[in-house]
Design a binder for this molecule. Structure first.
Ligand SMILES: NC(=O)c1ccc[n+]([C@@H]2O[C@H](COP(=O)([O-])OP(=O)(O)OC[C@H]3O[C@@H](n4cnc5c(N)ncnc54)[C@H](OP(=O)(O)O)[C@@H]3O)[C@@H](O)[C@H]2O)c1
Ligand SMILES: [Zn+2]
Length: 374
C-alpha cells in the first residue's frame, strides 16, 4: 500500500507522462499534464496538445465532469491565472469546486509566477507545491530558459569516436554510433522545434535530419550558409516529410535563393549570420528548443555566443585517428586547460555499445545574454 506522499509522486509522474505526449508540438507553450483523483481513483486526465488549444487542466476537468467537485487535481505546472488565448485555469478550477491542487512547479515567469497558486488559496482551495519538482523542471527546461533568457534553449549534440573525432579526415561520418544511439537521436529530434547544421555538413553528409517515426513530430531543418554554395540536389531540399529553412546573409547568391524557393525551401536573409542572430530569429518564431547538429566550426561559434545550454555527446568505442580529422568543437580561443568550460549536472548513460554524456554549460547571468552582440 502506497503512503500519501508516494501516491502524490505517482500521480505527478502520470502528469509528466501525459505532458510528454505533446513533445515537440507545444511551442511557445510548456508541456503540461493534469490528473484528477476522487476517492483514490483517477476520474479525469489531460495534457496541453498545442499552442492555441485548451490547457491540460481543462481537458482533465471535462473528463471528470461533476466528479471534479471535492476532488484533488495534480498538475505539473502551476495553473495559469491570466487571460491568454484561453481563460485562466485557476478560475476553471475554482468554478469546478476542486478541494485540493497539487502543483509540480511554479510558473517560471517572474511576472506571473505564484499568481495562480495565490488565486486558488484565496478561494479556500488547499494547494501543495513542489511534488516531483526536479522532473517537472527538467521536462520544461526549454520553456523555462525561453522565459528567463528570451531565447530558445540550445542543445549541441554530436557523435564522436573515443579518440575525439566527429568524422574521418575525408569528412566521412556515417556512422559513428550504433543503431540504438541513433534511434535515441531520432527521439531527441522529435522533441525539438529546429535542427541546425552548417553548409559543410550539408555538402559532406547530405543528412535527412528527420525523426524517422511516422507519428512523431519533425522539427524545422535549418542550414546556416553564408556562401550559399550548396548542392542542387540534397535530401533537405525534399520538403514533403519535413520543412527546411536556409538562413543566409543579405545578398548571398540570389539565383540559388530563387532555386530553393521554387523547390519549397524557405530562405531567410539575416543582416549578419551568427548563431546568436539565428537564435533571436528562432525566438521570434516562438521556438522552445533548438538542436545544433552541426560540425565543430559552427558549434564553437554557437557555444561562444551563448546559443548552447546543454551538451549531448555520444561516444562510440571506435578509433579513426587522423591529425586533421574534425573534432566536436573548433576554436574557442582558449590556450590553457584552466579556461576549459566545466560542464555541470553531468550524467552518463550506456546506450547499446555507446555512451551518452549529458551536461550543462555554466549559465551566465541572464542580462549577459542580452548584451552579447553576436
Ligand atoms: N559526428 C557528428 O556528430 C557530426 C555532426 C555534424 C557534422 N559532422 C562533420 O563535421 C564536418 C563539418 O564540420 P564544420 O565544422 O565545417 O560544420 P558545419 O556544420 O558545416 O559548419 C560550418 C559551416 O557553417 C556555415 N556558417 C554559417 N554561419 C556561420 C558562422 N557564423 N560561423 C561559422 N560557420 C557558419 C558555413 O557554411 P558555408 O560555407 O556554406 O557558408 C560554414 O562552412 C563534416 O565532416 C561532418 O561530417 C559530424
Ligand atoms: Zn491554463
Amino acid at each position: 500500500m502506497m503512503n500519501s506522499q508516494e501516491f502524490d509522486r505517482a500521480m505527478m509522474c502520470r502528469c509528466l507522462e501525459l505532458a510528454r505526449k505533446a513533445l515537440g508540438r507545444t511551442a511557445p507553450n510548456p508541456l503540461v499534464g493534469a490528473v484528477i483523483v476522487k476517492d483514490g481513483q483517477i476520474v479525469g486526465e489531460g495534457y496541453h496538445p498545442a499552442a492555441g488549444q485548451p490547457h491540460a487542466e481543462v481537458f482533465a476537468l471535462r473528463e471528470a465532469g461533476e466528479k471534479a467537485r471535492g476532488a484533488t487535481i495534480y498538475v505539473s505546472l502551476e495553473p495559469c491565472n491570466h487571460y491568454g488565448r484561453t481563460p485562466p485555469c485557476s478560475e476553471a478550477l475554482v468554478a469546478a469546486g476542486v478541494a485540493k491542487v497539487v502543483v509540480g512547479m511554479v510558473d517560471p515567469n517572474p511576472l506571473v509566477g505564484g499568481g495562480g497558486i495565490a488565486r486558488l488559496r484565496a478561494a479556500g482551495i488547499e494547494v501543495v507545491v513542489g511534488v516531483e519538482e526536479e522532473a517537472c523542471q527538467k521536462l520544461n527546461e526549454a520553456f523555462v530558459h525561453r522565459i528567463l533568457y528570451r531565447r530558445p534553449f540550445g542543445i549541441l549534440k554530436y557523435a564522436m569516436t573515443v579518440d575525439g573525432k566527429i568524422a574521418a579526415t575525408g569528412g566521412h561520418s556515417a556512422w559513428i554510433t550504433s543503431l540504438d544511439a541513433r534511434s535515441e537521436v531520432h527521439q531527441l529530434r522529435a522533441s525539438c522545434d529546429a535542427i541546425v547544421i552548417g553548409g559543410n555538413t550539408l555538402r559532406l553528409d547530405n543528412p535527412h535530419l528527420t525523426s524517422h517515426q511516422t507519428e512523431a513530430h519533425n522539427p524545422l531543418r535549418v542550414v546556416m550558409s553564408r556562401t550559399l554554395d550548396l548542392p542542387e540536389t540534397a535530401f533537405l531540399w525534399e520538403t514533403t516529410e519535413a520543412p527546411t529553412l536556409v538562413l543566409t546573409e543579405k545578398g548571398a547568391n540570389p539565383k540559388f535563393q530563387e532555386y530553393l524557393s521554387k523547390r519549397g525551401v524557405m530562405v531567410e536573409e539575416l543582416v549578419s549570420l551568427t548563431p546568436e542572430r539565428a537564435m533571436a530569429y528562432f525566438y521570434d518564431k516562438g521556438f522552445l528548443s533548438v538542436l545544433w547538429e552541426c560540425g565543430g566550426i559552427l558549434a564553437a561559434s554557437a557555444i561562444a555566443q551563448g546559443a548552447v545550454q546543454k551538451i549531448l555527446a555520444f561516444i562510440a568505442p571506435k578509433i579513426v585517428g587522423g591529425k586533421i580529422a574534425p573534432t566536436p568543437v573548433g576554436d574557442l580561443g582558449f590556450t590553457t586547460m584552466t579556461e576549459a568550460l566545466t560542464l555541470e549536472r553531468v550524467t552518463w548513460r550506456v546506450i547499446g555499445t555507446d555512451c551518452l554524456m549529458e551536461g550543462y554549460l555554466p549559465t551566465p547571468p541572464s542580462d549577459l545574454c542580452q548584451k552579447n552582440p553576436g
